[in-house]
Design a protein around this ligand. Structure first.
Ligand SMILES: [Cu+2]
Length: 145
């Protein structure tokens, strides 16, 4: 099992290192008072994203515009490439999605999960990340990151 995991990680690193040269632009929409949003923005910057933070008072409207699946909302909403990234989604999941070019709306870490990036100590491999799809299903696990 450890052998397989090592090889999967090595393969993923190869995929990502090609894209790691250029910072990936990301726009993060958040309400002005949100401190965990700030922590998540710092996390994204540390993980190779070039972040534009936009304060908004109409986050519900933004989420609707960007196609966040009802019931999968969190605090901040990001637009990265053609995808909407809702909440405290780990960078590895975002990079995997960008590389896959999957035809989905984006990813979500619904709610405010403890130990997700920006929400305390990160425990890699434990954070469930869900796919936001055009059919608005809410039960499709993308993986644990
Ligand atoms: Cu938050």
């Amino acid at each position: 099992m450890a052998f397989i995991r090592t090889h999967v990680v090595a393969a993923l690193l190869t995929v990502f290192s090609a894209a790691a040269f250029a910072a990936v632009p990301a726009t993060v929409y958040k309400s002005p008072a949100c401190t965990c949003c700030e922590a998540y923005i710092s996390y994204l910057k540390q993980n190779g994203f070039e972040v534009a933070a936009v304060n908004r008072d109409d986050m519900q409207q933004i989420k609707q515009q960007l196609g966040v699946t009802p019931g999968m909302g969190s605090c901040h909403t990001a637009r990265i490439g053609r995808y909407t990234i809702e909440g405290h989604v780990p960078a590895a999941a975002i990079k995997q999605l960008l590389a896959s070019k999957a035809d989905v709306v984006g990813l979500s870490a619904p709610g405010m999960p403890q130990n997700s990036p920006g929400m305390g100590e990160v425990k890699p491999g434990t954070q469930p990340v869900y796919v936001m799809r055009k059919d608005q299903r809410t039960d499709v696990l993308y993986g644990r990151f």
